[in-house]
Design a protein around this ligand. Structure first.
Ligand code: AGP
Length: 602
């Protein structure tokens, strides 16, 4: 959510900043901006909308020589996506970019206005610039002024600040929002995630919460509670992978096609013969674990829900899934013996990260299932399992979900095995199914073509219901979420058996029901629920491995006797369905309106 880049050095600074932003654009694309400080003068550019608009606006701007610069791509939280609200924000001497939310900005703003500050934007960020100027006037010294600024603000932030009178320097601060620093010779790079630094720096300093400081060509000074810190750098991956569309129309499409391969990688080294192992989980780690609590947001929450069925069915262990933003404030009771599992593609989702911190504070054991090594969630949890999906660029998550559910399925088997809840025969059947998953996830061109043609009948109407039972219920939720995110059509996921308790009142020919109809589990029960809708004339698209003549349309998948294989087949189908509907509606599939890839505000 929002992206931050900064640079101090002798390179072509505009290009460094813009190419850094390019890597982060999928995290927020309401507006973008940059500021470059050189010889006591700041040049600032802002543009509404995608990064390309800023690129066009700065086409004739080509500063050379030593300079310091900051840049930002925005996902609007306070104030509309206008040029005025785009970052950097400025005071008299201060220019600021910020990720996160300053929670006490209203009271700070009132005080600053009374002391003469002139605000132009509706953002919370602008208070940082005026606050800095205010303390600078009071204290007469930039470092002290910045320290006081950070003391005064509350909330979540990653901040970079330029002071017009301090050539070659950038102030920085971090709390609950990621920020890292890389150094190559005399050049210093800042970024809110690894991507802009990969391929340039070998390692990065991941700032800890409440850290602040400044950097210039000769030093990077980091403080926490006024104490100097010596935060060590950690290695960065050597190359950027998976960041090209490789002939696909969209990253999302490429990522759907990649699922078969990446799930194969998720399994690699974790299944041996008829047993499961995770190197990340030490011998005694699961000892004493008697219940599981899974906490996540969005698609990752759907993976958590799916996993609860698997944990209880296969491992015979109590499992409960919760939405992180709800968990945080409901004064939940955590019991001794609970393993607290957080699931996150990005590893930076604010609600999930804060839920994890709460659990750690309560003294329970924590495990992160995450796609991004070195992310805040991975660093915070007691241990972490990486999902190995590779970089996921499409805002609508696809391959991350596939790999999350695979890790969770494997974990259910591991826990079941350690608890003695799984017979050798069941284990062997499960492992066989796991080995077949990559095949179930392969996109068949004829299915994709059929979906492409079929979608023309599913563009209008008054809404979509995705329905399913058991693990197909969270999959129905996921199907509806995918459609909402990129097509902007109203869709709901519902347990098929629950439709008759109210939502069936909506059924008519303009209500599109997408029915997930597996063979392997609750086949007849699901059929009955679907027939109840057909009787009310709902237009029905059945996704099934079996014939279902009552359906208006049938999207055929390969039938299987294992529900997870049907789950993966159907997952690919609902992802492609959402994709092709969005394409027909002319939407930007990879960067849908109002969204951002990683949600680092609560
Ligand atoms: C999925 O398509 C979403 N864009 C969104 O719901 C996402 O899954 C959610 O924000 C959680 O993100 P995370 O997995 O990075 O924590």
């Amino acid at each position: 959510m929002c992206g931050i880049v900064g640079f101090i050095g002798n390179k072509e600074i505009k290009n460094v900043l813009l190419s850094g932003l390019k890597e982060l654009e999928y995290r927020g694309y309401d507006s973008a901006g940059l500021a470059v400080l050189q010889n006591g003068k700041i040049d600032i550019f802002k543009a509404v909308g995608k990064l390309k608009n800023l690129v066009d606006k700065t086409a004739n701007y080509a500063p050379t020589g030593f300079a310091a610069g900051i840049a930002h791509t925005r996902w609007a939280t306070h104030g509309k996506p206008t040029e005025i609200n785009a970052h950097p924000h400025q005071g008299d001497r201060a220019f600021v970019v910020h990720n996160g939310i300053i929670e006490n900005y209203m009271s700070l703003k009132e005080t600053l206005i009374k002391s003469g500050a002139k605000f132009v934007s509706q953002t919370d960020t602008e208070v940082i610039a005026h606050l800095y100027d205010h303390f600078l006037r009071d204290l007469g010294e930039p470092k002290a002024a910045f320290a006081r600024t950070i003391e005064a603000i509350e909330g979540a932030y990653a901040i970079l600040l330029l002071d017009e009178a301090m050539d070659g320097a950038i102030f920085f601060a971090k709390k609950h929002s990621p920020l890292e620093i890389g150094k190559v010779g005399g050049e210093i790079y800042f970024a809110s995630s690894d991507a802009p630094l990969v391929g340039i720096c070998d390692s990065a300093i991941y700032l800890e919460d409440d850290s602040w400081g400044w950097a210039n060509a000769s030093e990077i000074a980091i403080f926490k509670d006024k104490e100097p810190q010596n935060t060590p750098a950690k290695p960065l991956p050597a190359t950027q992978t998976g960041a090209q569309k490789e002939g696909f129309r969209f990253f999302m499409e490429k990522e759907i096609y990649e699922q078969s391969r990446v799930v194969g990688e998720t399994i690699m080294g974790r299944v041996a013969g008829d047993s499961v192992r995770f190197d990340e989980i030490g011998e005694g780690f699961l000892d004493g674990v008697s219940a599981l609590r899974l906490v996540a947001c969005g698609t990752s929450y759907h993976a958590a829900m799916t996993a609860c069925y698997l944990f209880e069915r296969l491992a015979k262990i109590e499992a409960r899934a919760e939405i992180a933003s709800e968990f945080r404030y409901r004064e939940a009771i955590l019991r001794e013996g609970e393993l607290f599992i957080v699931i996150s593609q990005s590893g930076e989702t604010a609600d999930t990260l804060e839920a994890l911190k709460l659990a750690k504070k309560a003294g329970v054991l924590t495990l992160a299932i995450c796609n991004v090594d070195n992310s805040s969630i991975v660093r915070e949890a007691h241990t972490a399992i990486l999902t190995r999906a590779g970089i996921e660029k499409g805002v609508a998550s696809t391959k991350a979900f596939a790999t999350q559910t695979m890790v969770l399925w494997l974990l259910a088997l591991l826990i079941g095995d350690r608890r003695g809840a799984i017979s050798a025969d069941l284990m062997s059947r499960e492992i066989m199914a796991i080995r077949k998953s990559a095949l179930a996830l392969q996109v068949r061109e004829e299915t994709h073509d059929l979906i492409r043609r079929m979608t023309k009948r599913y563009l209008y109407g008054h809404g979509f219901f995705y329905i399913g039972r058991d693990i197909f219920y969270p999959l129905a939720l996921e199907g509806a979420l995918k459609l909402k995110e990129i097509s902007y059509l109203h869709a709901e996921g519902y347990p098929a058996g629950e439709m008759k308790h109210g939502p069936i009142a909506l059924a008519d020919a303009e209500l599109f029901t997408i029915a997930l109809m597996p063979r392997a589990i609750l086949r007849e029960k699901t059929r009955s629920n679907v027939e109840e809708l057909i009787a009310r004339d709902s237009t029905l698209l059945a996704i099934s491995g079996e014939e279902f003549p009552l359906a208006d349309d049938l999207l055929p998948i390969a039938a299987s006797d294992h529900p997870m294989l049907e789950f993966y087949e159907m997952m690919v189908a609902i992802q492609l369905l959402a994709l092709e509907i969005a394409v027909r509606l002319g939407n930007d599939v990879d960067m849908p309106r109002n969204l951002a890839k990683s949600v680092t505000v609560e």
